[in-house]
Design a protein around this ligand. Structure first.
Ligand code: ACM
Length: 570
C-alpha cells in the first residue's frame, strides 16, 4: 500500500486521516532516541523549513521517538513500529538503530520533496495514516566502494553514507588499497600516501583499451578524514569496514616501499603505482619484515576503525614472483609448506591470529578458503553461490556478494549505449531477483549467511557521476534484497517494485543522484568509443527458487578464463 523502498515487512492503513506536520509540530525523544531526533530535525528541518523543536510526549502534534523493549522482543534491535494518527506519529524502535531506520521510512512517507535540502514553496507535509512493522532480513546489508582504482574524495563518501542510510543499508566496505593506489594516511609510513596515493596517468576504459588519460590521479584520506567518515557513518548506524588488501593487489605499497616486494626476483625500486588495470604480478614478500610493516599499518587502522570486522583481502594473488624468489622458496621450506601457493594462507593465518589477539575478526575474499581459514573469519563470497555454500558448510560465516549478481560495475543493459560496458548484464530486475542464500542450505547453514553486499569496483568509474550511474537505481533493488523478507513461496513481485520505483526515482532526483534512467543513459552518461569488456554469450539466468535443484550453484562464470581477470580487474 505504501511506496516505501525497501518494502516493509507489514504495512496497513490506520484510519481515515493522516498527520500533517506544521510550525507547531515537535519531536519528543525518549532515552536512546537522541541520534534519530537530531537527524530528523536537521534533515526534515532543512527539507520542510519547520523548526521541529523538542516537545513532551503526551502533547498532540508530536513525532514521538521511543526505544521500546516490546519492539525489541518482537522485531530485534533494528526493527521498528510506526503508527500515524491525526495527532502525531509514534515511532518505536527495538533499539536506536531501529528508530533510525523507522525515521527513514517516515521521510519516504512525506514524499520526494522531503529529500531536498531546502523547502520548496507551498508544500504540505502529510504523513498517510499507516501502521508499519518492520525489521531487516539480514544483519549485513553492505556496499563495497573501491576508492583505490579511482579515489572518491571525502565529500563523496559522506554523501554516499547518506544514500546508504536512505536505503537502510548498514555496512560500507571501503577498499582502501590496491595496485593502483593507497588511500589511507599511515603516520609511520608516510610514503604509502606520499608516493602510493597517485599515478601519473590512467587507462581509460577496460585494460584492452588503447586510451589513456594523461592527467595525474590521486588523493587519500587523512586520519581525521577517516575519523569523520567513521563517525558520520556511526550516527547513521552504518559500520565502515576497512579493507587493506594483501598479499596481492599491493603494487602501490611496493612502489612506495620497494623492500616490501620480492627484491631478489624483480627490481622493485623501478616500480611505480600501477596505471593500468588487471592484476599486478608484484606481490608482498613473505618475510618477517613485511609482517612487521603491515602490523604497524594495521595498528593505525585499528585505531581509526572500531569495526569488529577488518577485511584483509586475500584475493587474486599470483605466485610467480614467489616461485622466482630464492627468499620466498626458502620461506616455503622453512615453514614446511607444500608450495608457494600456501604462502597466501600463511599471510592470512598470521594476520587472522594478530587481529584475534586484538579482539578483531578477519574477513577475506573467498580465496581464503583455499587454505586453513582463521577461526571465526568471515568469508566474502564473490565468485558465486557455490563458494558461499562451501564456506558455510565448512563452518564459516559468509557475506554473499557474487560477481554474477551484485557487481554493480557490470553493465545494466545489453547494447552499445552502456558506458564502458563490462561483465555480465545485470538489470534492475536481475538485481531485484537475486537471493543471497545459496540454494540447498539447511536452516542452520542459512544462519551463517550474515547478509549480502553489492560491490562497486571503480576501474571504469572516473568520477562520482559514473559511480552514481552504476550504483543507481540498482542499489534500491539491492536494498530490498537485503532488507525485505523473501515472499514465501516464490519470487519477489517486480511489478510492485517498479510501481514503488516511480516514487523512488523522484526521491533520487531530489537527492541529486545521477542514476541510469529506465530508458537508458542520457547522452552525457554515455562514453562512446571507450572500450569495455562485456562477457560473450547470453547473460546468466537464475531459475526461480521453486524450480531450483537443491545442489544448484547459481550461474557459472560465462568465461572461466576471465573469472580471475574481469570484473574487478578490467
Ligand atoms: C574481487 O572481485 N577480486 C574480490
Amino acid at each position: 500500500m505504501t511506496d516505501v523502498i525497501p518494502a516493509p515487512v507489514a504495512a496497513a492503513e490506520n484510519g481515515p486521516r493522516g498527520f500533517t506536520l506544521g510550525e507547531g509540530t515537535g519531536i519528543a525523544a525518549g532515552e536512546g532516541a537522541g541520534g534519530t531526533e537530531r537527524w530528523l530535525r536537521s534533515t526534515l528541518g532543512a527539507a520542510t523549513g519547520l523548526p521541529l523543536p523538542p516537545a513532551d510526549a503526551d502533547r498532540p502534534d508530536t513525532v514521538r521517538l521511543t526505544v521500546d523493549p516490546a519492539v525489541t522482543a518482537r522485531l530485534g534491535l533494528e526493527g521498528y513500529r510506526l503508527t500515524v494518527t491525526p495527532t502525531g506519529a509514534d515511532l518505536r524502535g527495538g533499539g536506536p538503530a531501529g528508530l533510525f531506520w523507522g525515521a527513514q521510512t517516515l521521510r519516504q512517507l512525506l514524499g520526494p520533496d522531503a529529500f531536498r535540502r531546502a523547502p520548496l514553496p507551498g508544500r504540505t507535509w502529510r504523513l498517510p495514516p499507516v501502521r508499519i512493522e518492520d525489521a531487516p532480513r539480514f544483519a549485513w546489508r553492505g556496499l563495497l566502494l573501491d576508492v583505490a582504482r579511482h579515489f572518491m574524495p571525502k565529500e563523496g563518501v559522506l554523501r554516499l553514507l547518506d544514500l546508504l542510510a536512505a536505503h537502510k543499508l548498514n555496512v560500507l566496505h571501503l577498499h582502501l588499497t590496491d595496485d593502483q593506489g593507497w588511500r589511507i594516511e599511515i603516520r609511520r609510513h608516510p610514503r604509502l600516501t606520499g608516493t602510493g596515493s597517485w599515478r601519473a596517468r590512467t587507462k581509460f576504459g577496460h585494460r584492452a583499451s588503447p586510451l589513456w588519460e594523461h592527467k595525474p590521479h590521486g588523493g587519500h584520506y587523512t586520519r581525521d578524514d577517516i575519523r569523520e567518515i567513521v563517525s558520520y557513518a556511526a550516527e547513521r548506524h552504518i559500520t565502515v569496514v576497512p579493507e587493506i588488501d594483501l598479499p596481492g593487489h599491493s603494487q602501490a605499497a611496493i612502489a612506495a616501499y620497494p623492500e616490501l616486494g620480492n627484491t631478489d626476483a624483480v627490481d622493485t625500486a623501478a616500480l611505480t603505482v600501477r596505471d593500468d588495470w588487471g592484476i599486478s604480478p608484484h606481490v608482498l614478500a613473505p618475510t618477517e619484515a613485511v609482517l612487521r610493516f603491515y602490523e604497524g599499518v594495521l595498528e593505525e587502522v585499528l585505531e581509526l576503525f572500531p569495526s569488529r570486522i577488518v577485511h584483509l583481502g586475500g584475493d587474486e594473488c599470483p605466485v610467480d614472483e614467489w616461485r622466482a624468489s630464492a627468499v620466498a622458496r626458502a620461506r616455503v621450506a622453512e615453514l614446511g609448506l607444500a608450495d608457494a601457493e600456501a604462502l597466501r594462507s600463511w599471510f592470512t593465518g598470521h594476520f587472522g591470529a594478530w587481529l584475534a589477539a586484538r579482539g578483531r575478526t578477519l574477513a577475506g575474499w573467498d580465496e581464503i578458503l583455499d587454505g586453513p581459514v582463521p577461526d571465526g573469519a568471515v568469508v566474502s563470497c564473490w565468485r558465486g553461490h557455490a563458494a558461499g555454500a562451501d564456506a558455510v558448510r565448512a563452518g564459516h560465516d559468509v557475506v554473499m556478494c557474487p560477481e554474477q549478481h551484485v557487481y554493480l560495475d557490470h553493465r545494466q543493459a545489453p547494447g552499445a549505449d552502456e558506458p564502458v560496458p563490462i561483465g555480465y548484464v545485470r538489470t534492475l530486475e536481475d538485481v531485484y531477483r537475486f537471493d543471497p542464500v545459496p540454494p540447498g542450505l539447511t536452516p542452520a547453514e542459512t544462519g551463517r549467511v550474515l547478509g549480502t553486499q553489492a560491490n562497486v569496483w571503480t576501474e571504469a568509474m572516473e568520477d562520482a557521476g559514473r559511480v552514481d550511474y552504476q550504483v543507481f537505481p540498482r542499489l534500491a533493488a539491492f536494498a530490498e534484497v537485503a532488507w525485505s523478507p523473501l515472499p514465501a513461496p516464490g519470487e519477489r513481485d517486480f511489478a510492485d517494485f517498479e510501481r514503488r520505483m516511480t516514487a523512488h526515482y523522484r526521491r533520487l532526483d531530489a537527492l541529486g543522484v545521477a542514476y541510469r534512467p529506465p530508458t537508458g543513459p542520457h547522452p552525457w552518461q554515455r562514453r562512446p568509443g571507450v572500450p569495455g569488456k562485456p562477457f560473450p554469450g547470453p547473460p546468466p539466468t537464475v531459475p526461480p527458487p521453486a524450480t531450483r535443484a537443491p545442489a544448484a550453484t547459481g550461474p557459472a562464470p560465462l568465461n572461466p578464463a576471465d573469472s580471475n581477470d574481469v570484473p574487478t580487474n578490467t
